[in-house]
Design a protein around this ligand. Structure first.
Ligand SMILES: *Cc1c(COP(=O)(O)O)cnc(C)c1O
Length: 415
C-alpha cells in the first residue's frame, strides 16, 4: 500500500490540524441577528442554542458565554474556590482547564494521567485525597474527545464529598455509558473555540442541573447587576456573556455536530488502519463504556521505537535513527509537506508557571507540596505521553487522498 517513491509533493493547500467547517446555515442566523438588530448579548440565537445544548447534551440549564475559559471560571466560582483553596486538576490538558482556579486565588494540585484514556488517573486521585483529604473540588478534562474514567472518579469524589467540574471543551458529543460528557460534574464547561468539533469562532457554555447556579452565572456574566432602577452592584461581575452574532454561528453548527463526529471518526479509523505495522498506537479509549467524538487523532510511539529527542523549555533536538522516529521528527516532516500536527498538551506540572504546584502520581513519584521531586523509580505518565505522543492533522475537510499521503509520510519517518 505504501509506495517508496521519493516524490511526495507538499500539499498545495495546507492540511490543518482542526479548522472551522462552515455550512452556510450559520450565515443565515448571523444575518437574522443583523437584520433584526439583535447585535448584542440578547437574542433568539442565544436562547435557541441554550435550549438546543440542553436537549443534545441532556442537562437542565446551559448558559452561553464568551468562551469555554469563561465557563470554567464561572464553574470554579460556583464551586466556591477562594484564595488558598486547593483544587485537584487534570495535569495533561490545555492550561484553560486550570487557569480559572488561579483567577480565584486557588491553588491547583495536578493529578497524573493514565494510559487507557490519557485522562486523570483515579488511582492518583485517590492518593491525592489521602494526602489532602480536605480538598473539595476536582476539575477533570476529557482529552481530545475521549471520555475519562468517569465512574471511578465520581466514586472517589463522592466518598470525599468533592464537587466535580467537568471540562468537556474537547469532548462535545462524546458519550460515556450512553450519556453525554458535560453531564457528569455539578458544573460543566464546553467550548465553541475555532478548532473545536463545532464552533462559533469563539464561545462556550456553562452546563448544570442546578437552577440557582445557572441563574448566578447569568447574573455574574452580565456585570452582576441587581434588580434595581439603576446599576446596582452587590457582588463582583464579569462581561462574559456570548454575543448573539456568535450564537448565530453556533446555532447553525449544531445541526452538523453528528456529521462532524462521523467525519472525525472516519479520520481516526483511517489512521488506525494506516499505521498498522508501525511501532505506534492511536490515542486509546474504552470502547465498551465510551464513544469519543474523535476530535483529535493522536499517535503514541512505542518506547523502543523512539529516536533520541531532547526537549528544553523552548527548544528540541532529535537525532534520526534507522527504524525509529519521534514526535519532533514527524511534526517537522509534516510541516515540510504543508500539514499541521501538534505536540500533546505539555502537562501542567512541567510548565514553568506551575512548577511550584504539587503533582500527584499513581505510585508516589512526582512531587508533593514543594518543588522537590520525590526520588524513586515511579512513573510520570503525563511526561511520558508528552514525550512520545503527537496530534495528527485531524481536519474534517481533509480528503482521504491527503490523509493517505500523511500516513505515507509517517511510515517514511520510521524507515
Ligand atoms: C479549548 C479548551 C478550553 C477553553 O476553551 P476556550 O473556548 O478556548 O476558552 C478549555 N479546556 C480545554 C481542555 C480545551 O481544549
Amino acid at each position: 500500500m505504501f509506495t517508496n517513491t521519493n516524490n511526495i509533493q507538499p500539499f498545495e493547500s495546507k492540511v490543518w490540524l482542526s479548522s472551522p467547517t462552515m455550512h452556510g446555515t450559520e450565515m443565515e442566523y448571523v444575518k437574522e441577528a443583523y437584520e433584526t438588530n439583535w447585535m448584542s448579548t440578547v437574542g433568539t440565537n442565544i436562547s435557541e442554542i441554550e435550549r438546543v445544548a440542553c436537549e443534545v447534551i441532556g442537562c437542565d440549564y446551559a448558559v452561553a458565554l464568551s468562551s469555554g475559559t469563561a465557563a470554567l471560571h464561572m464553574a470554579v466560582k460556583l464551586a466556591g474556590v477562594k484564595p488558598g483553596v486547593k483544587v485537584f486538576c487534570s495535569d495533561m490538558t490545555f492550561d484553560a482547564t486550570v487557569n480559572p482556579v488561579v483567577y480565584e486565588g486557588g491553588s491547583p494540585i495536578f493529578i497524573d494521567s493514565e494510559y487507557d484514556t490519557w485522562n486523570m488517573d483515579p488511582v492518583a486521585l485517590e492518593r491525592a485525597f489521602k494526602l489532602y483529604p480536605d480538598v473539595k473540588v476536582v476539575i477533570f478534562a476529557h482529552l481530545y474527545g475521549v471520555p475519562g474514567k468517569i465512574d471511578e472518579i465520581r466514586k472517589i469524589c463522592e466518598r470525599y464529598g468533592a464537587v466535580i467540574i467537568e471540562d468537556a471543551a474537547e469532548s462535545l458529543g462524546a458519550t460515556y455509558k450512553g450519556e453525554q460528557t458535560g453531564t457528569f460534574g455539578k458544573y460543566n464547561a464546553i467550548s465553541y473555540n475555532g478548532n473545536k468539533i463545532i464552533t462559533g469562532s469563539t464561545g462556550g457554555m456553562l452546563l448544570t442541573d442546578d437552577k440557582a447556579a445557572a441563574d448566578k452565572v447569568r447574573k455574574w456574566s452580565t456585570q452582576a447587576r441587581e434588580n434595581a432602577p439603576w446599576y446596582q452592584h452587590e457582588e463582583l461581575g464579569y462581561n462574559y456573556r456570548m454575543s448573539n452574532v456568535v450564537a448565530g454561528i453556533v446555532r447553525g453548527q449544531y445541526s452538523y455536530l453528528e456529521e462532524h463526529i462521523e467525519q472525525k471518526k472516519e479520520i481516526y479509523k483511517r489512521y488506525r488502519e494506516g499505521v498498522q505495522g508501525l511501532p505506534v498506537q492511536m490515542n486509546p479509549f474504552d470502547g465498551e463504556k465510551s464513544e469519543p467524538n474523535y476530535w483529535m487523532s493522536c499517535l503514541l510511539i512505542d518506547k523502543d521505537a523512539m529516536c533520541r529527542q531532547v526537549r528544553s523549555e523552548r527548544e528540541v533536538l532529535y537525532s534520526k535513527e534507522r527504524g525509529k522516529s519521534c514526535p519532533s521528527e514527524i511534526l517537522e516532516v509534516l510541516e515540510q509537506y504543508h500539514a499541521e500536527g501538534r505536540p500533546i498538551w505539555k502537562p501542567m506540572h512541567m510548565q514553568p508557571i506551575y512548577r511550584m504546584n504539587p503533582f500527584i502520581t499513581a505510585d508516589g513519584n512526582g512531587r508533593a507540596g514543594t518543588n522537590a521531586y520525590i526520588s524513586g523509580s515511579g512513573s510520570d505518565v503525563g511526561a511520558d505521553i508528552f514525550n512520545r505522543g503527537l496530534c495528527l492533522p485531524s481536519d474534517n475537510k481533509m480528503k482521504p487522498e491527503e490523509q493517505d499521503v500523511i500516513i505515507d509520510i509517517i511510515h517514511r519517518c520510521f524507515q
